[in-house]
Design a protein around this ligand. Structure first.
Ligand code: C5P
Length: 241
């Protein structure tokens, strides 16, 4: 399978409540990245308006709303966002098999233009200790694997997982299963609240399809220069200054 070019594998997380700022950053990144991730912050502040405005730029939209509810509600919620034509849409794998199947079936109603549904396994801000605190079984890597296999069996297109679990997931779930990977930190970036991190090059090497990168790009005065630096680092080219 031919892998897509590096920059098309980067989704930039526009985590802000300022829609005008998000649009400015996104406009600057057209042609530099594979798409834009709209999360709860931007969606909470501006809802469908955020998705419509950003989609106008022609960049694929990753709608990261992390749905987690009963199957009937999830099916309706997925149908409700189909008109926004997201390329990717998230649900929580821990919602269980019936919920996952309901999401996959509702997405399929959009035919060829359907969003790819990816299931969040264990948030990248959670570590082994936190996992125990929420009553989930350790080790963390096994919990991620269990949830990924559940998602695969329920007809879900892929999972969101930390870069540290990617190699095993790729080996177990096959090439066609999408691996969407946040918790990405270039060597020169602060990790912030992310606990299970890797560099962009390491994550791609491990088998990630898409990298979700927020603050290392959006906190810069020149986000496009940051993207170019990351792309060059992944491709092993001389790093642009
Ligand atoms: O700024 P940063 O690169 O940490 O942003 C990562 C993005 O990925 C955030 O928008 C966060 O909501 C999202 N995400 C995550 N861990 C998951 C799923 C999504 O960090 N498991």
């Amino acid at each position: 399978m031919t892998k897509p070019v590096t920059r098309s594998r980067i989704f930039v997380a526009l985590d802000t409540v300022d829609l005008e700022h998000a649009c400015r950053v996104a406009r600057d990144l057209v042609g530099s990245v594979g798409g834009i991730k709209i999360g709860l912050e931007l969606y909470g502040a501006h809802g469908v308006e955020a998705a419509r405005r950003l989609a106008e730029l022609g960049l694929p939209i990753f709608l990261d709303l992390k749905f987690h509810d009963i199957p009937n509600t999830i099916a309706s919620a997925v149908r409700a966002v189909l008109p926004l034509k997201p390329a990717l849409l998230t649900v929580h794998a821990s919602g269980g098999p019936a919920m996952l199947r309901a999401a996959a079936e509702a997405a399929a109603e959009a035919g060829e233009a359907r969003p790819r549904i990816v299931a969040v396994t264990v948030l990248t801000s959670i570590d082994e200790r936190d996992l125990g605190l929420v009553g989930q079984r350790k080790p963390l890597a096994a919990q991620v694997q269990r949830l990924a296999e559940l998602a695969l069996g329920a007809g879900i297109d892929g999972v969101v997982a930390s870069p540290q679990e990617v190699a095993k997931l790729r080996a177990k779930c096959g090439d066609g299963f999408l691996l969407v990977v946040p918790g990405i930190r270039p060597p020169w970036a602060a990790s912030g609240d992310q606990k299970r991190v890797m560099t962009p090059a390491e994550a791609i090497e491990a088998g990630a399809d898409y990298l979700v990168i927020g603050r290392p790009i959006t906190s810069a005065e020149d986000p496009r220069a940051r993207v170019e630096r990351i792309v060059a680092e992944i491709d092993g080219a001389p790093v642009p200054r």
